[in-house]
Design a protein around this ligand. Structure first.
Ligand code: PRX
Length: 647
């Protein structure tokens, strides 16, 4: 092990009980030797109404692409997350809800979660939502968001959760892409002491939508909202009173869709990543247990939003399938002050804590005292996800939050992968700050160069997966060809992640970030093309080019170069207006951090924008611009550098 291993696994390491080095090695060897037997044993952890006999039928060949796992088995995800725990553990706590206001929280038992889910399933059915129909969920972080997801799963409807921070336009385009027939929302969300007008946003979105027949509104604040008769119902004051707390579960085929989750790519509009039932659920339950050393009864907190894949896999499906107590937090890390995370950990005796580097960097800036004044002695494991964690943030997390005693699992994965692929196994993996370490058992990453040649040993290149795993996405909803083109054409026969990676001499993986036109802003994935298209929708904008640049807190910031229509002058007012346009088209998370008005963009003689140069300028790397002689007008670059320096 090279010198940069800072956390060595020792036999008594931090109350980790599940995995040992020997067990992890044995699992890896077993998975390599007989992957089908390994994954079959993983899937046995679920309750199947009809057992599977076939484990895997997969081809990564673009001409015959198919991915099927446990294909002839049948199960229901909500039964696996709820019903099967009831007999012996119905009174155990399934969900701890911590409200935005530090004085509000609720403990919800498995039986209560089951009954609420059934009620919601019944109202969906009563309003004509059928197996296979799509249902959009646009919710704050309340337990009802989990019930809504599980209610869809119960009746075989396919949910698509849309992050509550997305604008009405963004919501409308997602609903239209999958022709959702119903929307589940709340009157208002509450975050950091402020309300978010979710139902009003739904009303605006639905002006552009024909497919939605039913809108269910959870009363979170009781704030005044408009209701469209015949279409809209309140949950607590109306619908819930008329439905039974029991609802039979649809037996689903393993490969029936469970959900669609929209995510940004390097081109075009967001893709509807499609996940199916059996493989996904088995994979997230297995990884939740293995990576977080999870034992039933542990209090586990993942701070993500259910609008992202992390919330799907590691707040709802994985934990509940494992009979966990999963904490759902409505608020933000800095409200009422920057001790909030640590106070919540003490309040609920959280044992396992999973968050994003961007939150850690923001909190680190507030000073150690806000952490140190809290107890945190319940903690036994820390996790990180969503973006590369810089060694400074890792060390602060380890030293200050974990008092130098707790392992950190830096988990690498993607919306497309469904669950964690590269991560330490606590108790088994020595850690290095900034490295996601090693692939989990059964996961076969490889590193290729630009031509697709495999690189061996210590090397840097592009990250691919050479074989399938059960949690892998199955398609882009409504556009299977796009799935093939995006992931399986760059390197034939392999799944291309879009990430760059380095492997060190110990075989450890260090994710370096996206190698495509996707940027990662505060752990949120953003397509530069989407932001550009929002900017050019403004009549004053002729052309826009968006790139990422290093940002102390967000990891990457959004840098937008904008050229204006002939006769339009740059101004602060226009800058504000453009910002507003992006918020309206996508949402506040897509707002450019830096907006650079420029008379021209660097283009090749054939008119292609040279993004490489724009990236370097945004990064303040003026000496590393490379060859600019192919530009139609090289003087553009000097003007851009001048403009960058003034920012
Ligand atoms: O670039 C990688 C980065 O986040 C991308 C996936 O984003 P998304 O689909 O939104 O899923 C985020 C939650 C899993 C990846 O392509 N990423 C995610 N986790 C890590 C990471 N980069 C480095 N280290 C990680 N642990």
């Amino acid at each position: 092990m090279t010198h940069d291993a800072i956390y060595k696994v020792t036999p008594d390491a931090a109350k980790i009980t599940l995995t040992t080095k020997e067990k992890a090695e044995a699992d890896r060897a077993r998975a390599k030797e007989n992957p089908e037997e390994f994954w079959a044993s993983v899937a046995q952890r679920l309750t199947w109404s009809k057992p599977f006999t076939k484990v895997k039928d997969v081809s990564f060949d673009a001409k015959d692409l198919h991915i099927n796992w446990f294909e002839d088995g049948e199960l229901n995800a909500s039964v696996n997350c709820l019903d099967r725990h009831l007999e012996k553990h119905g009174d155990d706590i399934a969900i701890i809800w911590e409200g935005d206001d530090p004085d509000t929280h609720k403990n919800i038992t498995y039986r209560e979660a089951f009954e609420e889910t059934c009620r919601m399933a019944n109202i969906l059915k009563a309003r004509g939502v059928n197996r296979g129909d799509r249902v959009a969920i646009y919710m704050p972080m309340v337990p009802e968001a989990a019930y809504a997801m599980l209610a869809c799963a119960r009746i075989g409807a396919v949910h698509t959760v849309v992050f509550g921070g997305f604008s009405p336009d963004a919501l409308a385009s997602r609903i239209n892409d999958c022709n959702a027939v119903a929307v589940i929302t709340a009157d208002e969300g509450v975050r950091g002491g402020r309300t978010v007008p979710l139902k009003a946003n739904v009303d605006k979105a639905l002006k552009q939508v024909d497919s939605v027949r039913f809108v269910l509104t959870i009363e979170r604040t009781g704030g005044k909202v408009e209701m469209t008769p015949g279409r809209d119902l309140f949950w607590y004051n109306e619908a819930r009173n008329d439905v039974a707390p029991d609802c039979p579960a649809e037996p689903m085929k393993a490969e029936d869709p469970l959900f669609i989750l929209y995510t940004s790519g390097s081109t075009g509009t967001p893709k509807g990543v499609l996940h199916t039932t059996g493989g996904y659920l088995a994979f997230v339950a297995y990884t939740h247990e293995a990576v977080f050393d999870y034992r039933p009864g542990d209090i586990y907190w993942c701070t993500a939003d259910v609008g992202w894949v992390t919330g799907h896999s590691y707040i709802v499906y994985g934990p509940l399938a494992n009979r966990a107590t999963t904490l759902i937090f409505e608020g933000v890390p800095t409200y009422p002050d920057a001790s909030r995370f640590w106070n919540v950990i003490d309040k609920h005796n959280v044992e396992i804590f999973y968050t994003a580097p961007t939150a850690l960097r923001a909190l680190m800036r507030e000073g150690d005292e806000l952490v140190k004044k809290t107890n945190r002695s319940s903690l036994r494991l820390l996790g990180s996800v969503g973006e590369p964690i810089n060694p400074e943030a890792w060390s602060w997390y380890h030293r200050v939050v974990g008092d130098g005693k707790l392992p950190i699992v830096d988990t690498w994965w993607q919306t497309e992968t469904g669950g964690i692929l590269i991560s330490p196994l606590p108790g088994a993996t020595d850690l290095k700050p900034g490295s996601a370490t090693l692939p989990l058992p059964g996961i076969e990453p490889a590193i290729v160069d630009a031509q697709g040649n495999f690189l061996e040993g210590a090397c840097t290149g592009n990250l691919v997966l050479t074989t399938s795993w059960p949690g892998q996405m199955r398609s882009v909803y409504g556009d299977h060809q796009r799935f093939i083109d995006t992931y399986f054409k760059t390197y034939p026969g392999m799944y291309f992640t879009g990430d760059g990676v380095r492997r060190d001499e110990d075989g450890y993986y260090w994710i370096t970030g996206r190698v495509d036109d996707v940027i990662n802003v505060s752990g949120h994935r953003m397509g530069t093309a989407e932001v550009e298209s929002a900017l050019v929708s403004h009549p004053a904008v002729a052309e826009a080019a968006v790139v990422g640049y290093p940002h102390d807190i967000k990891g990457q910031g959004i840098y937008a170069y904008v050229t204006l229509m002939e006769g339009t002058e740059p101004s602060e007012a226009l800058e504000k207006e453009l910002s507003k346009t992006v918020r309206a088209e996508i949402g506040p998370i897509a707002k450019p951090d830096l907006l650079h008005f420029t008379p021209a963009l660097p283009k090749t003689r054939s008119g292609k924008i040279m993004r490489r140069i724009l990236r370097k300028i945004a990064e303040n790397h003026f000496s590393a611009l490379g060859d600019t002689s192919t530009l139609a007008d090289p003087s553009v670059v000097d003007a851009l550098i001048e403009g960058r320096k003034n920012r």
